[in-house]
Design a protein around this ligand. Structure first.
Ligand SMILES: Nc1ncnc2c1ncn2[C@@H]1O[C@H](COP(=O)(O)OP(=O)(O)O)[C@@H](O)[C@H]1O
Ligand SMILES: [Mg+2]
Length: 302
């Protein structure tokens, strides 16, 4: 597959993808390497979008080239949280009305936002041509960003699962609430059923006190190891912080609204932790992400 031919501006005219041969090694080292991380959760409302936006901004401020895709196709709201009013979004991209370059919003910090559209059908339910436009456009980003963050929306629906398995790396978000933890476990269980090599990193958000978050992370990691044989790496506990809802109300990202708040400080630590091990990560690369999505589309049910 000639990766270089997939440029944003060619999205409407590029030919359909070559079918994947059974022998294709989906996990071979990719040609271009952008790390792809899906920010996901079992239960909604646990802080995914806040974490994706603020982590993206924190990394961008450190000079890392980050794009954030709002792939919560049910309730896309990255733009609302950032106080953006994008003229165009994913709907315009997949229908071929606009290119990725035209819908992409570059914020002053350097973070690139790909605005979502609420009410889009599941990736798997999109007409082939529309899904291919989206995936090819994303692939055109490969190598131009260091990290593609995907705010996937919650649950075990096939869209979420497809994004996570294809990204190869998931930042699993939960709160200490038993319902959120149970749903996080359910998501890991569904993912484990596909027997694909994904790296699962766990963040416990809205923790009060910190020790409760740490205990929850440890418990979830132990249970997943014991009953699912999956390693979960706890990478951080984020505190409950009243500045978070305030920042949301002001439609200003927390790290800008209140850069020294406990949550912003904890997000900085998380960013450091996530980026410090980049050298040893199995970086998926967006082209690889694309190939896996194509291969998985007929496999995933839900
Ligand atoms: N660390 C936190 N402290 C206090 N409130 C939080 C925290 N993280 C998230 N929230 C609140 O939780 C709600 C859901 O957050 P959001 O990021 O939209 O979750 P999701 O994307 O998982 O649905 C928001 O109202 C937000 O203000
Ligand atoms: Mg959200």
């Amino acid at each position: 597959m000639n990766v270089k031919s997939y440029q944003f501006k060619n999205a409407k005219t590029t030919p359909p993808p070559e079918p994947l041969a059974a022998t294709d090694d989906l996990f071979a080292p990719p040609q271009f390497r952008s790390r792809v991380i899906a920010v996901s959760s079992g239960k909604g409302g646990v802080g995914k979008t806040n974490i994706a936006v603020n982590l993206g901004l924190t990394l961008a401020k450190r000079g890392i080239r980050v794009a954030l895709l709002d792939a919560d196709l049910g309730t896309a709201n990255v733009d609302v949280m950032m106080g953006l009013q994008p003229e165009y979004h994913l709907q315009h991209l997949i229908t071929g009305q606009r290119s990725l370059a035209e819908i992409l919003v570059e914020t002053p910090s350097g973070l690139k936002i790909i605005p979502g559209a609420s009410g889009l059908p599941d990736l798997a339910d999109l007409p082939d041509a529309q899904r291919d436009v989206l995936l090819r456009a994303l692939m055109g980003l490969d190598g131009t960003v260091d990290l593609l963050l995907i705010d996937t929306g919650a649950g075990v629906g096939r869209n979420v699962v497809q994004f996570i398995l294809s990204a190869g790396e998931m930042l699993l978000v939960t709160t200490p609430e038993p319902t959120a933890v149970t749903d996080a476990y359910a998501l890991v269980k569904v993912l484990a059923g596909y027997h694909l090599p994904i790296s699962i990193k766990l963040v416990v958000n809205n923790a009060q006190p910190q020790s409760e978050g740490e205990a929850v992370a440890q418990r979830l990691a132990t249970v997943a190891e014991q009953f699912l044989g999956r390693a979960i790496e706890p990478v951080g506990v984020l505190p409950r912080d009243k500045n978070v809802p305030q920042a949301v109300r002001h439609q200003t990202p927390l790290v800008e609204f209140s850069p020294y708040s406990p949550m912003a400080v904890a997000l900085n630590r998380l960013a450091e932790r996530l980026w410090s091990d980049v050298e040893i990560q199995q970086v998926t690369g967006i082209s690889q992400f694309f190939r896996k999505i194509m291969a998985l589309r007929s496999v995933i049910t839900g």
